[in-house]
Write a protein that binds this ligand. Structure first.
Ligand code: NIG
Ligand code: FE
Length: 426
């Protein structure tokens, strides 16, 4: 064989089985090899079928299972302070609503987030981000929504961008300015006007968000108010997603589907007509078992209907200081199985390919296929179902981000694909 007929690779990994998650199923390749060039997968299959190649790096994994890097598609990872005190209050019988009435809840996180410097927000969010990364996460969506003013929303989005620029993890940013009412406003319509006139146009102009989100609920914004905010997002070319039907059924999910929302999240209270609307618009159902568990909810999302209509189900941590102080996506996979009766295969699809779809990035991420970004994890497990079985534990053997090994704990990201998501200073 001549040198010219060799395929040229940067790295090859072999010595493990692969669950590719193509099509939302395990799609197993036993005794596999993965060849990577330029941060992308250029060859994947059975190791004994690998054609002749030359490579810079050859890795023998020595057993285990490879899956796509996990994708946490719904987090509020950037915030000031924390609400452990409120957790104690709730354990002593004070309700989430009463805490909010006393100026706690989201409002207390807004105060702490506004007061914190960018450096403080980066440092506290980084500790949480490292927990996710060490547990196999390679992409994280981070929402704003604890700023609720132009400057402080931009501050949160800048912090999120900085994390992605400096660490080996892809950060997708979502502007959740319609999360709650800021103290300066007492009229919800006036606040929505401010978001449509001042906040969303600036966020779009600076390129500081990949999507726009809103909390549609009696304690937040109405379906009409969110629709107005979404129309502005749409006119600015930003895709939308929604927190909807978490505590009651207001019609937010169906309304968001009419905007072809990337995802509708929480959705414990959706009905068959909502599920149909999601199926038609290609909207992903993002299940958040951490918030369901923390709030001791009893109404489960209608999993059987979502399956029946073929709506993809993603799973996320909803990591936030109030309703879901969750820092392990694998624990959420377990909870999706135990609390919502997903199968471990559905749970893994929910944290990979369906999560990628919820972020509008399924063409490049979420499954292991030729042409996709080489984000994957080799786990110390005997079957992929084990990822949903263990409650915690250190299962990551090797984490590969954009074609380079990085454990996600202390490696500063030298392996970027050359993006800069910072936006200019406000
Ligand atoms: O996704 N549902 C609304 N927002 C967050 C909770 C925010 C908070 O309590 O700080 C959620 O659960
Ligand atoms: Fe949330």
């Amino acid at each position: 064989m001549t040198r010219d007929s060799l395929i040229t690779l940067d790295s090859v990994w072999r010595g493990a089985h692969v669950a590719t998650m193509k099509g939302g199923q395990y799609s197993i390749i036993e005794n596999a090899a993965i060849g990577v060039r330029g941060g992308r997968i250029v060859w994947i299959g059975k190791a004994h079928d690998l054609p002749a190649y030359q490579t810079q790096h050859e890795h023998d994994l020595g057993g285990g299972w490879i899956t796509p890097g996990l994708i946490d598609c719904h987090t509020h990872l950037v915030f000031g302070g924390n609400r452990a005190g409120e957790f104690e209050q709730r354990l002593n019988g004070v309700s989430y609503q009463d805490i909010a009435k006393q100026g706690g809840g989201i409002a207390s996180s807004v105060r702490a987030t506004r007061e914190a410097s960018e450096a403080e927000l980066v440092a506290s969010a980084l500790r949480r981000l490292k927990s996710l990364m060490a547990d196999g996460v390679t992409t994280v969506e981070i929402k704003s929504g604890y700023g609720l003013s132009l400057d402080s929303e931009l501050k949160m989005l800048r912090v999120a961008g900085k994390l992605g620029d400096e660490w080996p993890v892809t950060i997708k940013r979502t502007c959740l300015a319609a999360h709650a009412m800021p103290p300066e406003f007492d009229d919800k319509d006036a606040y929505i006007d401010y978001l449509c006139e001042k906040v969303l146009p600036k966020v779009a102009q600076l390129g500081m968000a990949d999507a726009v989100d809103a909390f549609c609920e009696g304690i937040a914004f109405s379906t009409e108010q969110v629709a107005r905010y979404f129309r502005t997002a749409e006119s600015l070319g930003l895709p939308v997603k929604i927190h909807a039907e978490q505590l009651s059924s207001l019609g937010g999910t169906a309304m968001a589907s009419s905007f072809k929302a990337l995802s509708a999240d929480h959705i414990e209270f959706i009905e068959e007509s909502d599920v149909k609307a999601m199926a038609e618009s290609g909207t992903v159902a993002v299940l958040l078992p951490g918030a369901f568990f923390t709030l001791k909810e009893t109404q489960r999302p209608p999993i059987a209907l979502l399956r029946q209509y073929g709506v993809p189900m993603a799973i996320a941590t909803d990591a936030n200081p109030g309703t879901s102080p969750a820092l392990s996506l694998r624990l959420m996979m377990n909870m999706a199985c135990t609390l919502f009766a997903l199968t471990p295969e559905e749970a893994l699809a929910g944290a990979t390919i369906h999560a990628a779809k919820a972020l509008g990035m399924a063409d490049s991420h979420g499954s292991l296929e030729i042409g996709k970004v080489a984000d994957f994890v080799c786990w110390q497990v005997d079957s992929p179902g084990e990822l949903s079985y263990w409650l915690g534990g250190d299962l990551v053997k090797t984490r590969v981000y954009e074609g380079k090994q990085s454990d996600g704990k202390n490696s500063q990201g030298s392996n970027r694909l050359g993006k800069n998501s910072q936006g200019e200073p406000a």
